[in-house]
Design a protein around this ligand. Structure first.
Ligand SMILES: [Mn+2]
Length: 253
């Protein structure tokens, strides 16, 4: 991806990812595939970088499977409705997608499963940010807050996720800031009060059996990491768990 122009870079990613997921997988199963064309396709785990990449990645996944249920691990909603009032935009100018609004566009493009079958997990932010909540339900999400884990445990979080996504094909998008910044500090918009890596592991274990058709881990900023590469270790291990989830469950109807 070019570092000269982020719009071009996102297109490059979109085309490269589509090229990959359109292929036939090496592994197939003696059952009916979830994919619209009835074939088995590779499943991709993408590592980033700015969270905006989820939009072009979802375009690829939706082309193969149709709209998918998204499990979005993040401390922020990322469904913000772009407003011409909040930027240097000229009247009629197209507002660029950002790492806080890509789900708004994904919904508009019909990439997300209908009937609020998508869920944010680990949400928390400053108490004065309720404004961002206004638009979230209409974009198609249900919200699970980070602090819920104190009351319902990891089992309660898992139960809610499974209830929301049902039997749909699932895409997992994980912003590393869902983890507490004490454990994963190297990210652009850290928020206190996040999950521990232990809780995260438990939640992933609880998702076994979901039909995960793609995933990403984003907002890891290696330049901010400690010499011990704490954040990158967390991201790498979560990635391993995501791959295990995919490998364990065939993408069959
Ligand atoms: Mn995010």
């Amino acid at each position: 991806m070019t570092f000269m122009d982020s719009k071009v870079a996102l297109r490059q990613l979109e085309f490269a990812n589509k090229e990959l997921v359109r292929r036939e997988a090496f592994r197939s199963y003696n059952q009916t595939s979830l994919a619209k064309d009835g074939k088995f396709h590779p499943r991709v785990l993408t590592l980033g970088g700015d969270h905006t990449i989820t939009l072009p990645l979802l375009r690829g996944v939706a082309e193969i499977y149709g709209p998918v249920s998204v499990i979005h691990f993040d401390s922020h909603l990322d469904t913000r409705k772009p407003s011409t009032a909040s930027g240097p935009w000229l009247p009629g100018e197209e507002i660029p997608v950002t790492h806080g609004s890509y789900f708004y566009y994904a919904h508009k493009e019909g990439l997300l499963a209908p009937n609020n079958a998508n869920i944010h997990v680990g949400i928390r932010s400053a108490l004065d940010s309720w404004d961002n909540y206004k638009n979230d339900w209409e974009v198609g999400f249900v919200i699970s807050h980070a602090e819920d884990v104190e009351e319902v445990g990891w089992q309660g979080i898992v139960e809610k996720i499974r209830e929301v996504v049902g039997d749909n094909p699932v895409y997992i998008s994980l912003d590393i800031d869902v983890i507490d910044p004490g454990l994963a500090p190297a990210t652009g918009t850290p928020e206190i009060g996040g999950f521990t890596t232990h809780e995260m592991r438990k939640i992933f274990k609880g998702l076994e059996g979901l039909k995960v058709v793609g995933a990403d881990i984003v907002e890891v900023a290696p330049a901010y990491d400690s010499p011990a590469e704490l954040t990158q270790i967390v991201a790498a291990n979560i990635g391993w768990d995501m791959l295990a989830l995919m490998a364990k469950t065939p993408t069959v109807v």
